[in-house]
Design a protein around this ligand. Structure first.
Ligand code: BG6
Length: 505
């Protein structure tokens, strides 16, 4: 239903009146991301006046206390002035209900409260339920919502469900989770959120590929030697040790953010930019990714963990010394994989992907490494500084694109050297990119799931990682790297064996 909205050009420019109910509202995500994004949308007048937010969580708090807490967080987590007028009008639609999300009574109370808002604030029976709870609570909340009849909007309104990652912890649990949710909500009502898809530069992968005629003809195994995708962070796990011990980089980053970037890089052109067409093409990529054969796992999948070291001139602790982390933990804070997309376009082209914490810097990028020219007419000595072309899409920071090309070095001879042609978004558009959550929350309210993950995408990504997870569970081994390095030696060897090296972003 919602999938076809964009085709029909029926999307309203601004969303319809609605209530967003946030479960787990006293948590970090609400204060750091959701409310700042909603405030910005309100400031841009993208939200209807008949819009309300209802926070639900166990902590006892009045509506006023909840508003004050969010107002304070807004000042801390959002740069720029907060307008008192905008805040007051936005905050008058913020409410709080204390309740145990496991108990049916909480949902009866919620239902009545939402009906009251329909009358008092004109929210017209439309509800979006944002599950920002611990993942283990998701099936229960969904079941209680269903039992209370909240899986349907009131009086012909709509009901949508937003699920945060992780979507399960492996293929089986993801399938179970999807089944549990679909007992009450159908797929068109489910919005699985991966905030990377809300990033402007991630969406720009599609713009670059499909709005420029010059890239598509060379975007294949005839011209591309290999692809490198890096999601590097300089931060450690901080206070999230307990969560991270269960997750590791493979579940936290690779299964979702990194696989999504790989899909957008490798997919075929979609017929249209709508949910059905875009997600269909992404799923085809996930199906085509070769499951790493058992005999290759040892060398095609690297699990690393940071030890103490230096990042940005600061001495930092090793992962095993972090809060809530086991002394003998083998959790992956770094992952490198060599993958192949077995289809006509990409046959034989390795996709080297890596994700890690406590790397020398924060950097997310895609590097398309092209093949060298078949023949250089210039003398060997003149081309010693010439590398094959590389197109780098910088997702963050220094958002932009750079193309490495060969150019003549000024002078008498014919020395040719590599130089970069750079596009920096910041200077090209002179506009600040909206935060990822702004885009995604607005799409949610508009009923456009294009930038959300469909069930088969989540499952497809897990199925690619299944052999790796199985082998890592059996072997309790991890390769160490000092904080501030680009991962363990094994990651370098993964490429060296193929006569290649990782880029230094
Ligand atoms: C989250 C992960 O999904 O993404 C975090 O759980 C990670 O571990 C974060 O730090 C990175 O997001 P961004 O937008 O800072 O790249």
């Amino acid at each position: 239903m919602a999938d076809s909205l964009r085709d029909d050009q029926r999307l309203p420019r601004n969303p319809e009146p609605a209530v967003m109910v946030i479960f787990g509202a006293s948590g970090d995500l609400t204060a750091r991301k959701l409310v700042p994004a909603l405030y910005d949308l309100a400031a841009q007048r993208r939200l209807p006046l008949e819009f309300a937010v209802v926070g639900v969580s166990r902590t006892e708090m009045s509506h006023e206390e909840f508003r004050e807490k969010l107002r304070k967080a807004l000042g801390e987590h959002r740069s720029g002035e907060v307008s008192d007028d905008v805040w007051e009008s936005f905050a008058s639609g913020i409410f709080y209900l204390a309740g145990d999300s496991k108990e049916a009574e909480s949902y009866d109370e919620l239902r009545e409260f939402l009906k009251k808002l329909d009358t008092e604030r004109g929210t017209q029976g439309n509800r979006a339920f944002y599950l920002s709870t611990s993942p283990s609570l998701v099936p229960t909340v969904v079941e209680r919502l269903g039992e209370a009849g909240l899986n349907k909007g009131e009086d012909g309104g709509w009901s949508r469900l937003v699920v945060e990652k992780p979507f399960g912890s492996d293929l089986q649990s993801a399938q179970q989770l999807n089944d549990d949710i679909r007992r009450y909500f159908d797929e068109t009502q489910i919005y699985r959120i991966d905030h990377y898809l809300g990033k402007e530069t991630v969406q720009n992968i599609l713009a670059l590929r499909f709005s420029n005629g010059i890239f598509e003809p060379i975007w294949n195994q005839h011209y591309v030697d290999h692809v490198q995708i890096t999601v590097a962070e300089d931060i450690g796990v901080g206070t999230r040790g307990a969560f991270y011990e269960e997750a590791g980089a493979l579940r936290d980053i690779v299964q979702n953010h990194l696989m999504q970037i790989l899909c957008l890089t490798a997919m075929e052109p979609p017929v249209a930019f709508d949910a059905q067409s875009v997600r269909e093409e992404k799923v085809k990529v996930l199906k085509a990714v070769r499951r790493i054969p058992e005999e290759d796992l040892e060398i095609h999948a690297v699990r690393g963990q940071y030890e103490k070291g230096w990042v940005w001139d600061e001495s930092v602790a090793g992962y095993r010394e972090e809060e809530d982390v086991a002394e003998d933990s083998v959790t992956d804070t770094f992952v490198a994989l060599k993958l192949f997309v077995d289809n006509w376009r990409w046959a034989g082209v390795p996709f080297y992907v890596r994700a890690g914490k406590r790397m020398p810097k924060k950097s997310t990028e895609i590097a398309i490494q092209f093949r060298p020219t078949p023949h250089t007419p210039f003398a060997g000595d003149d081309t010693k500084n010439l590398d094959p072309n590389v197109l780098v899409i910088r997702i963050q920071p220094e958002e932009g694109i750079s193309l490495k090309i060969g150019a003549k070095v000024p002078g008498q001879g014919f020395e040719v050297s590599s130089v970069n042609m750079d596009l920096l978004y910041g200077t090209a558009f002179l506009e600040e990119a909206p935060d990822a959550y702004q885009r995604l929350l607005l799409d949610l309210m508009l009923g456009d799931p294009t930038l959300f993950i469909r069930a088969d995408e989540a499952e497809g990504a897990w199925s690619i990682l299944a052999p790796v997870m199985k082998s890592w569970e059996e072997k309790r081994e991890v390769a160490m790297y000092a904080a501030g390095e680009w991962g363990p030696k094994d990651a370098d060897e993964l490429l060296e064996r193929d006569g290649r090296v990782w880029r230094r972003p």
